[in-house]
Design a protein around this ligand. Structure first.
Ligand code: SAM
Ligand code: DTB
Ligand code: SF4
Length: 338
């Protein structure tokens, strides 16, 4: 960071044990106390710090735009208690087979024409079977040929599977840690936190960009949110993309009826993600449909610079494209070029 940039940070907004020389730099030695301390800052101090860190590394008014498609919906054997796709919960979701490659390509072309630069394919699997992965490989190749960045989220991967996806041209793999190591067992029992970290290492080692974040509003405490971000910010390499989801409550899932998160706490978490992982794209992910434009503007101010774009996430709603285009216009935001 330039000396000029350091001086741009007034002492009043540096109440942390972080020296000015390290402000906004990429660090992997965050202590959990430092991350917790960020959460306790006055809201406006936190937001201003986050915005200043953001401006050191990113064009301030650009937002990366991804579109999601569920390529295989429902009947998932896992027990993630937030998820409408688990076979264990009665959520009224029809079970679907893996989509055809041509249909996926058509949907990707439509997403590109609507303005997305990245196309993320999600499957409700614990992990992909060999015969299914061969089909996903064809999807990745097809989507890439359309000029889009590719992303997939297919559950746990072995190093060999990650290498296969890399060879197909996969740019990003999404696999979330979801919450803190301590709270994790309250949410999911069929795979461990360690399993998640192993998949993340396999993806990283294969040379695929990592997309990894979590969900807020599941009944976790502020300390859990700090612990989750601490895990991400102390990985050997920060995830290139950090999706922060607000729980979308779906009737029939165990987390339906959970007390809603204070929206300012959601914004705080985005700001802490921005400060602790200064060069990562922080994605304002699930939950936007229920947010006002004003709340989303605060999220961007906190350093969020990526969204899911298009009417649907995987199985639940997302703002329609007209609303997002109007929001971008109102705020003077523009899509980030791929
Ligand atoms: N089945 C794969 C897996 O879990 O690894 C990939 C798809 S899964 C739906 C991807 C992520 O979506 C989850 O890890 C979780 O973070 C997020 N997610 C799922 N249901 C959600 C909900 N109701 N609200 C917010 N985020 C959710
Ligand atoms: C992520 O972190 N959020 C996306 C994506 N990665 C795969 C999924 C959100 C799912 C929300 C619930 C649904 O639509 O089924
Ligand atoms: Fe299955 Fe993924 Fe949903 Fe968990 S989050 S139930 S693994 S689809």
């Amino acid at each position: 960071m330039s000396a000029e940039a350091i001086h741009a940070v007034p002492a009043a907004i540096r109440p942390l044990p972080v020296s000015a020389a390290r402000f906004g730099t990429v660090r992997h030695d965050w202590t959990v106390e430092e991350v917790r301390a960020l959460f306790t800052l006055p809201f406006l101090d936190l937001l201003l710090q986050a915005q200043q860190v953001h401006r050191l590394h990113f064009a301030p008014n650009q937002v990366q735009v991804s579109t999601l498609l569920s390529i295989k919906t429902g009947a998932c054997p896992e027990d993630c208690s937030y998820c409408p796709q688990s076979i264990r919960y009665e959520t009224g979701l029809a079970r679907e087979e893996l989509m055809q490659v041509e249909d996926v390509k058509r949907r990707a072309a439509a997403a590109r024409d609507a303005g997305a630069t990245r196309f993320c394919m999600g499957a409700a699997w614990r992990s992909p079977k060999a015969k299914d992965l061969r089909i996903v490989v064809e999807m990745v190749k097809g989507v890439k040929e359309l000029g889009l960045e590719t992303c997939a989220t297919l559950g746990m991967l072995t190093p060999a599977q990650a290498a296969e996806l890399k060879a197909a041209g996969l740019d990003y793999y999404n696999h979330n840690i979801d919450t803190s190591p301590e709270f994790y067992g309250e949410v999911i029992t069929t795979r461990t936190f360690e399993d998640r970290l192993n998949t993340l290492s396999a993806v990283r080692d294969a040379g695929i960009n990592v997309c990894c974040g979590g969900i807020l509003g599941m009944g976790e405490k502020e300390g859990d949110r700090a612990a989750m971000l601490h895990v991400l910010a102390t990985l050997p390499q920060h995830p290139e993309s950090v999706p922060i989801n607000q729980l979308v409550q779906v009737a029939g899932t165990p987390l339906h009826g959970e007390a809603a998160l204070d929206p300012f706490d959601f914004v705080r978490a985005l700001a802490v993600a921005r400060i602790t992982m200064p060069k990562s794209h922080v994605r304002l992910s699930a939950g936007r449909e229920a947010m006002s434009d004003e709340l989303q503007a605060l999220c961007f101010m906190a350093g969020a610079n990526s969204i899911f774009y298009g009417e649907k996430l995987l199985t639940t709603g997302n703002p329609d494209t007209a609303r997002d285009q109007a929001l971008f216009a109102r705020l003077g935001l523009e899509p980030e070029p791929a």
